[in-house]
Design a protein around this ligand. Structure first.
Ligand SMILES: *[C@@H]1O[C@H](CO)[C@@H](O)[C@H](O)[C@H]1NC(C)=O
Ligand SMILES: *[C@@H]1O[C@H](CO)[C@@H](O)[C@H](O)[C@H]1NC(C)=O
Ligand SMILES: *[C@@H]1O[C@H](CO)[C@@H](O)[C@H](O)[C@H]1NC(C)=O
Ligand SMILES: *[C@@H]1O[C@H](CO)[C@@H](O)[C@H](O)[C@H]1NC(C)=O
Ligand SMILES: *[C@@H]1O[C@H](CO)[C@@H](O)[C@H](O)[C@H]1NC(C)=O
Ligand SMILES: *[C@@H]1O[C@H](CO)[C@@H](O)[C@H](O)[C@H]1NC(C)=O
Ligand SMILES: *[C@@H]1O[C@H](CO)[C@@H](O)[C@H](O)[C@H]1NC(C)=O
Ligand SMILES: *[C@@H]1O[C@H](CO)[C@@H](O)[C@H](O)[C@H]1NC(C)=O
Ligand SMILES: *[C@@H]1O[C@H](CO)[C@@H](O)[C@H](O)[C@H]1NC(C)=O
Length: 391
């Protein structure tokens, strides 16, 4: 994250330096374009307080227009950016700092983008297309969201592509997920052994509760979303991080696969390791998922490990381990899932963290409700021996 913040502020400074010289003379012009082609753009521009802008669409076709605002942008204090469908109904009104977003215009005839200037500068730019609703993000980390769509007939399909650099994997966490109807599929590489990067990672079609985090074992992940336009839906907001390949993954824990991540040894600086371990639905009925802390050696107080009870970055926290935590503690998940994050800063390392995640037989209530019998004891012994991963 620290690296991302730096990158982001450098980008902002760069934008300001680049565009501030162009502003006054060209701003009025840039503000009054009528778009008549099937593709076009508003170049990324810093808009000084002063002129209001209106961009109009006057296309020869009646196809929907897909607008993609560029990462990252900001609408200044008192300013507002509004997208209006051809019937003059607002599709989206944006204020303040923004990550990126897609908007869909279904009535292109006389559709407009209006910018009401404010008391401080704004900067933004967009591209539009009439052929494809898509967004590609290739930053270290970013937030994506379902498109802004008008209430209309028909449906819209949008594709999101997340690209990370060669040393990382995209790890996606949903903060908002609220649909009444949609189809949504997430594709990527399902496991290190898979030969394809088009595996179905998760079919979220029809799901209404917040999904667990999703990781692709490749540098790309794509999300295919189809929304009916008949009623307004909140949709999704998700953020992704570029996580370290050496120590991140999502694993189903079977009967004989206790495992640990990340590798134990001298860990690197600037790691962002994320992992999720889960029991499948059958396993969950008979077993709890437990995590045993075998050993912990961290370089400084800024290297930390967070464990959540659940499958998401937004699940409730079980614990945070810092330097000085003693080994031996056992965590038990109430959800059959454990989510973890190991982050290291730019100095000092240690041997790391060594833990075992494994299914543990659940106590069964016998006829006498006071008598607890632990099932599968010999089985659990076997599990304890079934080893794992070389150091
Ligand atoms: C539309 O395309 C033509 C030819 O490619 C170009 O000259 C013109 O500037 C474009 N108009 C707009 C508003 O982008
Ligand atoms: C811009 O629009 C706002 C809101 O309609 C208005 O109050 C303001 O006077 C306009 N500014 C200019 C320079 O036209
Ligand atoms: C829209 O484009 C047509 C030509 O395709 C032109 O005749 C008309 O004047 C334009 N309308 C506006 C409002 O610019
Ligand atoms: C687009 O559709 C509207 C309403 O159906 C119609 O009035 C208009 O003539 C159409 N425009 C074009 C360019 O086909
Ligand atoms: C678009 O605007 C033009 C000019 O104001 C008007 O003649 C035309 O009827 C409008 N089209 C629609 C579909 O509202
Ligand atoms: C990432 O991998 C691609 C394809 O293998 C390669 O072309 C590219 O040079 C690599 N980039 C880096 C920074 O290693
Ligand atoms: C996802 O689930 C929906 C509904 O069950 C189904 O129609 C769709 O084909 C599935 N997608 C894939 C890629 O399997
Ligand atoms: C769950 O995992 C167990 C152990 O690996 C396996 O035997 C079982 O078939 C799995 N069930 C489902 C529904 O995947
Ligand atoms: C970790 O670093 C220490 C001190 O530099 C070194 O003695 C040890 O061999 C290293 N261990 C591994 C697993 O690399």
């Amino acid at each position: 994250m620290a690296g991302y913040e730096k990158f982001r502020s450098i980008t902002v400074v760069f934008l300001i330096l680049c565009v501030s010289r162009l502003i006054n003379a060209e701003e009025a012009d840039a503000c009054t374009t009528t778009f008549s082609n099937s593709t076009g753009s508003i170049p990324v521009t810093k808009f000084q307080p002063g002129i209001n802008c209106t961009w109009r669409f006057n296309l020869t076709s009646n196809a929907s227009i897909y607008i993609n605002f560029k990462h990252t942008f900001s609408i200044g204090l008192g300013a507002a950016l509004q997208i209006l469908n051809g019937d003059n109904k607002p599709i989206a009104t944006l204020t303040g700092p923004q990550d990126e977003f897609l908007a869909v215009i279904t009535k292109p005839d006389n559709a407009t983008i209006m910018f009401q200037n404010g008391n401080s500068p704004s900067y933004f730019g967009m591209t539009y297309s009439t052929t494809k609703c898509s967004q590609t993000v290739s930053w270290d980390a970013a937030t994506i969201r379902s498109p802004y769509v008008p209430v209309d007939s028909g449906s819209v399909s949008c594709q999101y592509t997340i690209k990370t650099d060669n040393a990382s994997f995209p790890f996606l966490s949903f903060s908002v997920f609220d649909f009444t109807k949609m189809t949504m599929e997430v594709f990527g590489k399902k496991s290190p052994a898979s030969s394809s990067s088009d595996d179905l990672l998760k079919n979220l079609t029809g799901q209404s509760s917040r999904p667990d985090d999703i990781m692709s074992f490749a540098n790309t992940m794509t999300i295919q979303l189809t929304l009916p336009l008949a009623q307004k839906q909140t949709g999704f907001v998700a953020s992704y991080a570029s996580v370290s390949q050496s120590c991140s993954g999502i694993y189903e824990i079977g009967e004989e696969t206790p495992f640990f991540i990340p590798p134990f040894g001298n860990y690197s600086n600037n790691l962002d390791c994320r992992g999720m371990a889960y029991l499948n639905d059958t396993m969950k009925q008979r077993f709890s998922l437990t995590l045993i802390l075998n050993s912990l050696d961290l370089g400084d107080d800024y290297d930390t490990i967070v464990v959540n009870d659940g499958g998401s970055r937004f699940s409730p926290a079980l614990t945070t381990w810092k330097r000085g935590t003693t080994a031996g503690s056992v965590l038990v998940s109430s959800t059959g899932k454990l989510w973890m994050m190991f982050k290291t800063d730019e100095t000092q390392t240690g041997r790391g963290v060594h833990f075992t995640v494994r299914p543990q037989g659940k106590p069964h209530v016998g006829r006498n409700a006071n008598l607890w019998i632990f099932c599968a004891n010999s089985f659990c012994d076997l599990l304890a021996l079934a080893y794992v991963q070389p150091i």
